[in-house]
Write a protein that binds this ligand. Structure first.
Ligand code: NAI
Ligand code: MG
Length: 361
């Protein structure tokens, strides 16, 4: 029996409510698997309350502590008492860089019952994955300011593209594309999203590495789109995509568009992977702490539950992960099943979680 050590970090606001439901469903999936695996969880109270007490979001050795786990299930951070750039930098960004979670994976699949803002799109028609470089590129923390507060004020922000970082994310995308094709979910089509016509250093480099790597994958149909055209096509014809690979900033932009076309924040999960498994990977709903609805048991837990399913899949429990996603799909597709307000219902966060758990038996 496989045993997995999970660090559970609900964070702030609705992170606490949606992770509670994700854990409820994960426990049901564990029972459903009848001893095939075991989840050993530790809840960490590293959030804005912790910051108010200790002046930081995590203990000084937080990243070191997290290394002792197989995976991290994270909710969201964000609280009026802590500057936003501080809460995100000291948690999400610290984990991504500190644990070398270099691949950010965001699946976008239109499920029956999910609100789609595009007309005439059928469930199952949209099914693609965005693979975003997660540790360098435009979000590398390199730059500076000069002459602050004077008319000569200057800000410089540099993008950092390494061969190692660029090549590994492109290869990851091609491998994922192959896997999806083999599983019969994808068509074996990869789109590199870049902007080499305007950024002639970093993006020309990205495109050059893409041209090199694609030679190793003759079985995959690959091409590129400029970031602006890609955003347009994600709205115009999202069904044309299978696997998209892009740099940190472009991936950030693409995933918001991708998320909304398949139902929005209520259902969008994300994985921050260390594919080498040299350190734990982190799984999270895309949404933030949503102060406007926090503490009211109104948040949609589906995104956090789907993040939990991605975690099981990465831990090698792919059968349990599939069972868990199927339970979500069956609740979503059932017009009589409870739904939260954002999905047209009037159920609470916990009622939706209970229903999914119940369907897992
Ligand atoms: P948000 O994702 O928290 O909320 C945006 C809007 O979507 C709100 O109206 C909210 O009520 C709604 N919403 C989000 N998740 C929902 C769910 N599961 N069910 C139903 N409705 C949902 O983003 P916002 O408002 O820009 O940021 C709030 C705080 O969260 C800020 O402090 C921000 O820095 C932080 N944040 C943290 C993130 C993270 O921890 N990964 C990501 C995004 C924002
Ligand atoms: Mg974003």
């Amino acid at each position: 029996m496989g045993s997995h050590r999970i660090a559970v970090m609900p964070g702030d606001g609705i992170g606490k409510e949606t992770i509670r439901e994700a854990m409820k469903v994960l426990r049901a999936a564990e029972r459903n698997a009848k001893g095939a695996f075991k989840l050993e969880t530790t809840e960490l109270d590293w959030n804005s309350d912790y910051f108010v007490k200790h002046g930081r979001m995590m203990p000084e050795d937080g990243i070191q502590v997290l290394r002792g786990y197989d995976a991290i299930l994270f909710g969201a951070v964000g609280d009026a008492r802590v500057p936003e750039h501080v809460s995100v930098a000291q948690t999400i960004l610290a984990m991504r860089r500190g644990l070398d979670q270099w691949a950010n994976i965001r699946p976008a699949r239109l499920l029956a019952g999910a609100p789609c803002p595009l007309k005439d799109k059928q469930p199952g028609q949209i099914d693609f994955v965005v693979v975003r470089e997660n540790t360098e590129g435009e979000y590398a923390d390199v730059g500076g300011n000069l002459f602050a507060g004077t008319p000569n004020e200057v800000a410089v922000q540099s993008a950092v593209f390494t061969r190692r970082g660029t090549e590994r994310i492109l290869r990851y995308g091609f491998e994922l594309c192959r896997k999806r094709k083999k599983q019969g979910v994808g068509r074996g089509k990869l789109t590199s999203v870049s902007k080499q016509n305007a950024q002639r250093h970093s993006q020309v480099f990205w495109h050059k590495v893409f041209e090199e790597v694609r030679k190793d994958y003759p079985d995959i149909e690959s091409g590129f789109l400029y970031i602006d055209a890609a955003c347009m096509d994600l709205v115009r014809k999202p069904e044309a995509f299978d696997v998209i690979v892009s740099s940190n900033l472009f991936g950030d932009i693409l995933t918001d568009v991708a998320g909304v076309v398949v139902g929005g924040l209520g259902i969008a999960p994300s994985a921050n992977l260390n594919p080498d498994k040299a350190a734990p990977s982190m799984f999270e709903p895309v949404h933030g702490s949503a102060p406007d609805i926090a503490g009211k048991n109104l948040a949609n837990p589906l995104a956090a539950v789907m993040a939990g399913a991605m975690m099981l899949d990465f831990l090698g429990e792919d059968a349990a992960a599939r069972t868990m996603s199927k339970a979500v799909e069956s609740v979503l597709a059932d017009p009589k099943a409870p739904k939260t307000k954002d999905f047209g219902g009037n159920a609470s966060t916990s009622e939706v979680g209970d229903e999914i758990a119940a369907r897992l038996g």
